[in-house]
Each structure stands twice: as C-alpha cells, then as structure tokens.
Design a protein around this ligand. Structure first.
Ligand SMILES: Nc1nc2c(c(=O)[nH]1)N[C@H]1C(S)=C(S)[C@@H](COP(=O)(O)OP(=O)(O)OC[C@H]3O[C@@H](n4cnc5c(N)ncnc54)[C@H](O)[C@@H]3O)O[C@H]1N2
Ligand code: MOO
Length: 392
C-alpha cells in the first residue's frame, strides 16, 4: 500500500499532455493555447470614432464648422473634410480623411447646417481610436500556455482570428460495475441500490468543460467488463471504472485490466475513503479503478482524477489547496490519510456529519475536503490543516 503523496506522484509521472489540435474559435473556450497567436491585421483597422458627434480638424475647433456629410458605423465610402468643415459621425465609424478629432454631440450647438463647439477641454485626437491601437499586424496577441477565457475568445475574435491550436480536452469513459445497480427513476427491487457514481462523475467532468463522456454499465460479469473496458481504452484518453476493485468474489476490475493489457501502476492507497484505488496505464491512456462507494468515488476523483485530467489539457493541474483552522477537535486512527467532507469559511474548517463512504448527503453540502495526516490520530481545536477547496 502506498501513501497519498506517492500515489499523486506516480499519476503525475504517467500523465502526458495530449497532442494539440486545431479548433474553431467558437469551440475553444476553456482550452489552453498550444501555439502563440499573432495579429494578422492592425486593429482597429482604421481611425475610428469612439463617440457619437462630429469629426473635425482640431486646428478648427474654435470656428464655426459646416456639416458636409455623415459617417455611420460600417460606412463603406470614404469622405474628406477641408478646413472649416465637419462631418456627422457615430461611434465605431471611420473618421473622414482630414479629420483628427471628434467632439461629442452634447458639446456643440447646431444651427442651419453648421456647428460651433462648446468643449473647452477638447484635446487634439480626442474621441479617436487610432489604427492599430488595440494591436498591430504581426504583434503577439496571446501566448502558448494562455487560458482561453471568455474575454480571450472575444479578444481573438475581435482581431479576426477564427481558428486556434489548443490542447484538447480528454475523451473519457465511465464504466460502472455492479449487478445491484438500478437507474434513478426506476423502482428498487430487493437488494438493489440506485446508481449514482456515473451521475456524480459525469457532472464533475462537465463542470470542467469536458464534453466527450461515454457511460457504460458492466454488471458484475468479467466477460462483459473485459469487452467494455477494451472498447473504452481503445476509444478514450481516460477510463474511470467504479466498483469491483476490492477483494470480493465479484470484483473483476483488476483482472479485466490485466486482460486488456493495462499496466498496473498501483493498487491500494493509505487513505480513507478510497483505500482500494487502482491506477494503470496503457500507452498514454490513464485508467482509474475507483472504489465503488459513492463518497470514495468523488474523493478519489478530486484528489487524483481531476489533477490528471487537467494536466492532460495542460491546465493548472490541481484544485486549490489552502490552510485552515479546525473548529473543533477531531480524532481518527493513525495509519491512513483521511479526507473529510467539510465546510470551509473565513479560514476555519468544520468536518461535516456522515463521513461514511457509502453516504453522499454531507458531500452534497461540503465545499472542501479536509486532509488529515496519515501518521496522526488526534487533531486539536484551532489546529491548522490542509484543505482542498472543491470546484464550485
Ligand atoms: N474484505 C474487504 N472488504 C472490503 C474492503 C477490504 O479491504 N476488504 N474494502 C472496502 C472498501 S474501503 C471499499 S471502498 C469497498 C470498495 O469496493 P469495490 O470498489 O469493489 O466496490 P463495490 O464492492 O462494487 O461497491 C462498494 C459499494 O458501493 C456501491 N456502489 C458501487 N457502484 C455504485 C454506483 N455506480 N452507484 C452507487 N453505488 C455504487 C455498492 O453497491 C457497494 O455498496 O470495498 C470494501 N470492502
Ligand atoms: O475506502 Mo472505502 O472508500 O472507506 O469504503
């Protein structure tokens, strides 16, 4: 049995970033750029008004100006102004040739096709966005490794980029094992339990922006499991199995993994919940055998699967870890790291009720996992502990 630290290290050692792919900008949100992006154009592509008003030569601002035309946003034909002239102009429209300044329409008096300015603070170039002031042709717009946030997507669209090279999100299969499982919504027969693991995992992966998720059911049948696992490993970057990883007569995950050519990296971690956790690889694919209890599944997901899944896409590869003070004393046997469902608030953390691994009720209320050191048995009130903040 290995420690939590060793398990995390081994997973990170076997996790390699996926090969970059080219995607439409519209589908790139949340990805990490796999190549620098350079501007193809000066943006703005022309001198542009930032206000509704009148365009003029600044040197004329103290004289009456004759309105000789209009430039609206999207104006397709250029016009020119001479000294003593002005043009009506609207926000986003190109400046007429010869104009260098825009006065806001609130700051003029208009009479008989002429205007006089009432803007003592007007400066040369006021209310004008210079050509290339956002970015110039050939300039570095965003760097390899940058996250494509909504703002980044908008920025790139705004400079005319429609395709980017990114690290893809992994394709993931979830395989639930267990003859006892019944679908939510159906009637529970004697001995059945509602299947919840695929739901929590699917929701957690969706929360990370992962779209390609397949769910399979493998009963408690070794032959079915071998087939399903083989297909899943062939098709996906990551396979998450739940249940069937312990020592019972119907726990076939280890055997099926071996049959499918999956190399076992470790099985069993000194932790609670999730002690029987299995991790293996095939080529660059990652296979996690998550212990079936619903709370063990999620605890192992946040501790091991999520960092690996993020690392595959070169995303910041861990969930936020903070230190917090324990609100009241807590005891556990030494020998295993315990991950407690907890509530973190203002630097304080409280273990919630119902820590048993078959229960999710307190996990549903938790916003963190409290990490209790493997070697220790007693934790005092106000003791400072490591806490994993769960993604909101
Ligand atoms: N003799 C031993 N028995 C067990 C040990 C052990 O060391 N020696 N370890 C215990 C621990 S700890 C865990 S955790 C579980 C892990 O067992 P498995 O991974 O083989 O999981 P299952 O036996 O298939 O299921 C455990 C539990 O979870 C329920 N389950 C399974 N899948 C789902 C699902 N998709 N949705 C909801 N609930 C699910 C299942 O019905 C069981 O109640 O082994 C202990 N035993
Ligand atoms: O390690 Mo198991 O997850 O406690 O039931």
């Amino acid at each position: 049995m290995i420690s939590v630290k060793e398990a995390k290290y081994l997973i990170s050692q076997h996790t390699t970033t996926l090969n970059p792919v080219s995607v439409d900008l519209a589908n790139a949100s949340g990805h990490i750029l796999a190549a620098n992006v350079y501007a193809k154009y000066d943006i703005p592509a022309f001198k542009q008004s930032s206000m509704d008003g009148y365009a003029l030569k600044f040197e004329d601002h103290q004289q009456e100006l004759r309105i000789i035309g209009e430039m609206a946003a999207g104006a397709a034909t250029e016009i020119a102004i001479q000294n003593g002239e002005t043009s009506r102009i609207f926000t986003g429209a190109p400046l007429p040739t010869g104009a260098d300044t825009v006065v806001m329409q609130e700051k003029i008096t208009r009479r008989d096709g002429n205007i006089t300015l009432n803007d003592p603070n007007l400066k040369p170039g006021a209310n004008v966005r210079e050509k290339g002031s956002e970015i110039k042709t050939g300039a570095l717009a965003m760097e390899k490794g940058d996250l494509l946030s909504p703002a980044a997507i908008g920025f790139l669209a705004g400079i005319g980029i429609n395709e980017v090279s990114v690290y893809p999100m992994p394709k993931i299969s979830i395989i639930v094992t267990g003859k006892e499982l019944q679908h939510p919504g159906e009637v529970l027969e004697f001995g059945q339990v509602y299947e919840s693991n695929s739901y929590s995992l699917y929701a957690a992966l969706k929360q990370e922006g992962i779209e390609q998720i397949a769910v399979f059911e493998a009963d408690d049948d070794l032959e079915i499991l071998k087939k399903v696992l083989q297909t899943a490993v062939a098709d996906c970057d990551v396979v998450l199995l739940t249940g069937g990883v312990s020592v019972g007569d119907y726990d076939f995950v280890i055997e099926a993994a071996s049959y499918c050519g999956i190399k076992q990296i470790f099985q069993k971690v000194k932790q609670k919940p999730g002690k029987p956790l299995f991790f293996g690889t095939k080529d660059q694919k990652l296979i996690f055998g998550l212990p079936g209890n619903p709370s063990s599944v999620l605890s192992c997901y946040y501790n091991y699967v999520l960092p690996a899944v993020k690392a595959l896409s070169l995303k910041n590869n861990s969930i936020i870890e903070v230190q917090a003070r324990l609100t009241h004393a807590y005891a556990k046997p030494s020998g295993l790291t315990h991950f407690l469902k907890g509530k973190y608030e203002n630097g304080m953390v409280t273990p919630l009720h119902a820590q048993e691994s078959y229960r999710l009720s307190s996990f549903a209320q938790a916003n963190c996992l409290i990490c209790l050191d493997e070697t220790k048995a007693y934790f005092t009130e106000n003791e400072i502990l490591n806490v994993l903040i769960l993604p909101a």
